[in-house]
Design a binder for this molecule. Sequence first.
Ligand SMILES: NC(=O)C1=CN([C@@H]2O[C@H](COP(=O)(O)OP(=O)(O)OC[C@H]3O[C@@H](n4cnc5c(N)ncnc54)[C@H](OP(=O)(O)O)[C@@H]3O)[C@@H](O)[C@H]2O)C=CC1
Ligand SMILES: CC(C)(CO)C(=O)C(=O)O
Length: 328
Amino acid sequence: MKICIFGAGAIGGYMAAKLAQAGGDVSIVARGPHLAAIQAQGLTLLEEGAGPVTVRVRATADAADLGPQDYLIVTLKAHSVPPVVAAMQPLIGPGTTVVSGVNGVPWWYFHKIGGPLEGTRLHSVDRGNLQWDGFGPDRVLGCVVYPAAEVSQPGTVRHIEGNRFSLGEPDGSRSDRAVALSQALQAAGLKAPVRPRLRDEIWVKLWGNLSFNPISALTHATLDVLCTDPGTRDVARRMMIEAQEIAEKLGVTFPIDVDRRIDGGAAVGAHRTSMLQDLEAGRPMEIDALVGSVQELGRITGTPTPTIDTVLALVALRGRMAGLYRTT
Ligand SMILES: NC(=O)C1=CN([C@@H]2O[C@H](COP(=O)(O)OP(=O)(O)OC[C@H]3O[C@@H](n4cnc5c(N)ncnc54)[C@H](OP(=O)(O)O)[C@@H]3O)[C@@H](O)[C@H]2O)C=CC1
Ligand SMILES: CC(C)(CO)C(=O)C(=O)O
């Protein structure tokens, strides 16, 4: 099984290192000093309770070096994907499955959902339909990424916690391609359940990213603080309740309630959300995929989103003032 991980930073690097350690046929597309270090010294994974492990993987900046894959796993930041869909084409053959390991509402959300919204395209995450047209929705296998990891120095990925990558077909079926990838990931020591209702999981994860991430970017507070401060907890709660109304109109069932989700965030502790980390490090912020997409779904479903609109306006301006966000 040939697997290419495109954008092998924190999450993709973690996945690639685990697959390579298990003897999988995995290659990566990366760039810059991180790629140079991997090419020179290999990809090093630091995991709690284990010494550093360095694996040799085929690593390139140019997808044309690698040819068509069985699985193309995309682990770029959401805003980085559309501009490189054309560059990914050499990795895609007639039998290639594209796995979208990206946070937020996925561009394929309305593929095979059934009902009147079937086939709806999402401007906020796929302007110009570059992903819809360039990958083709039938190739897509959904993925919800739970692990936390970081590139601690070029060529080195530090795993922080978690090892679950939930997989799911847009139509909820238990397909051969989903089962085969699940088995490969499990053989690499990762959890990879195939879920019949992946959209439910997407929303439970998104609940946190939608609210905690922009609130943290605006306040510079860590999760434990923003989830327990009465004012910001209330803002998160309102955003999540608006999101829940949207999601339920789209057929989603939430297995937990908003307060439990916020308590779960608080329990993570003094964690700086990825959006706060991006802001502080001067990296582009995933505002459209995590917040703008939910506002768009609010418009599509005719659901008012006053709190989401307010927080989005504030964090978008924060991002623009820092030169880390622009609406195209
Ligand atoms: N990190 C985490 O703990 C978690 C992340 N996620 C989600 O997973 C996704 C990936 O996040 P994460 O791994 O943190 O992101 P990273 O920025 O660490 O990884 C993306 C990598 O892709 C590289 N890249 C960007 N554009 C290109 C290109 N054109 N060609 C080749 N390489 C490219 C980046 O390089 P460069 O650095 O030069 O931009 C970077 O190394 C996001 O949607 C994120 O929200 C979900 C759960 C937790
Ligand atoms: C906030 C958190 C931990 C979960 O909602 C997250 O996924 C992030 O930092 O992006």
